[in-house]
Design a protein around this ligand. Structure first.
Ligand SMILES: *Cc1c(COP(=O)(O)O)cnc(C)c1O
Length: 391
């Protein structure tokens, strides 16, 4: 009997070692990782620069406290703000905590502007985390059910619907911010229409709202740019980052720009572990490696190759609704629930994910070779066709 709480329906495999895009189980069987720990190990497993950063820092200093100066936190703040075009950073240990910081920032901003009940516009189908505030912000009843009462102060509208946001703006004077994923991740790899983020930026500017982008899954080169907002040439007021930032070492960040950058004052927010030397040095090495290996451009090229590959191989397959994606965030939407695909792909030595019940999701590491990318496309296409049965 396991002593672990049953929070996950785990697949029957345990990995003991990884290198690049590959994982090995205890029996020595090899798997191609097209999930990267859900967009976390973007540099692949056991990346030498990341391993070296961890080793050196572990031997020097793991933790002091945020009551003292932390050199690696300063350096990471500089490096991350530089690549993201932001002004200031708060470091957390996870994505949900980064979003908690963003939500608190929006409320502080609202109270400064004398909003009675500072309210954040959030989206249907969104995912922002599992803490109480972030699950309340998420647009998925399944992750909220059983945990009521929910945190209030969110006004939900359909995703990819600028008119709905305009409507809320006209009727709710308490709105102070919009929180949105540039591409819905857990919600099924939903890429909004061109102009959506730009339209949100314009509405936020016109009404003095903060535009808060949850780039926890889309950021760090995943979509073919450093951050997905670059596809539309806009910058948010607040941006949250996590997942690939530490390549597996837990770290998240809430970044802010302009007025929002100086809102938090001593005593407003904090975290014991957040921004510790180990996590910050690792993340600094991750940014450096991504820059050196030009993984933003590589993700764009590979993503286009894989998308074209899937479209070709799944052409005419009955039951495939749509093959879509942005960079290396790829989704194959089927016309039926398809969790069995996880086990079928696993048996063929490829790790994928199914989200929103019927979307096969791929988030491979950005360091894939062309051959590895083609192998994933071929195997997953075969598994999907076999799952769907004869046409
Ligand atoms: C994964 C994810 C989160 C939550 O991050 P955790 O580190 O699991 O708390 C929040 N937002 C988005 C868009 C995510 O993909």
């Amino acid at each position: 009997m396991t002593h672990l709480m049953q929070t996950y329906a785990r697949l029957p495999v345990t990995f003991v070692r990884g290198e690049g895009a590959w994982l090995w189980d205890a029996e020595g069987k090899r798997y191609l990782d097209a999930l990267a720990g859900v967009a976390v190990t973007s540099l692949g497993h056991a990346h030498p620069a990341v391993t070296q950063a961890i080793r050196e820092q572990a031997g020097a200093l793991l933790h002091t406290s945020n009551w003292y100066g932390i050199d690696w936190q300063e350096r990471l703040g500089d490096a991350l703000c530089a690549v993201a075009g932001m002004d200031s950073a708060f470091f957390s240990n996870s994505g949900a905590e980064a979003n908690e910081a963003a939500i608190k920032l929006a409320r502080l901003y609202g109270h400064k502007r004398a909003a009675k009940n500072p309210t954040i516009v959030v989206m249907e189908g969104s995912f922002h985390g599992r803490t109480l505030a972030t699950l309340s912000a998420s647009g998925n009843r399944r992750i909220q059910a059983g945990f009521e009462p929910l945190v209030t102060g969110f006004n939900r509208v359909p995703y990819n619907d600028l008119e709905a946001v305009r409507h809320v703006g006209e009727h709710n004077p308490d709105v102070v911010a919009v929180l949105v994923e540039p591409v819905l991740g857990e919600g099924g790899v939903v890429v909004p229409d061109r102009g959506y983020l730009k339209g949100l930026r314009a509405q936020c500017d016109a009404r003095g709202w903060l535009l808060m982008l949850d780039e926890i899954q889309t950021g760090m080169c995943r979509t073919g740019r450093w951050f997905a907002c670059e596809h539309e040439g806009i910058r948010p007021d607040v941006m949250t980052v996590a997942k690939a930032l530490g390549n597996g070492v837990p770290i998240g960040a809430c970044l802010a720009r302009g007025d929002a950058a100086a809102l938090f004052q001593p005593g407003n927010h904090g975290s014991t572990y957040g921004g510790n030397p180990l996590a910050c040095r690792t993340a600094t090495a991750v940014i450096e490696a991504m820059r050196e290996q030009r993984l933003d451009a590589r993700a764009a090229t590979l993503g286009a190759r894989m998308l074209a590959g899937f479209r070709e191989r799944l052409e005419g397959a009955k039951g495939v609704r749509q093959v879509r994606g942005l960079g290396l965030m790829l989704g194959i939407e089927l016309d039926r629930p398809c969790r069995e695909i996880l086990t079928a792909a696993l048996a063929r030595g490829v790790l994928v994910n199914v989200t929103a019940d019927s979307v096969v999701r791929l988030l491979p590491p950005l360091i894939l070779t062309d051959e590895e990318a083609d192998r994933i496309v071929a195997t997953v296409s075969d598994v999907v066709r076999e799952f769907l049965g004869p046409p």
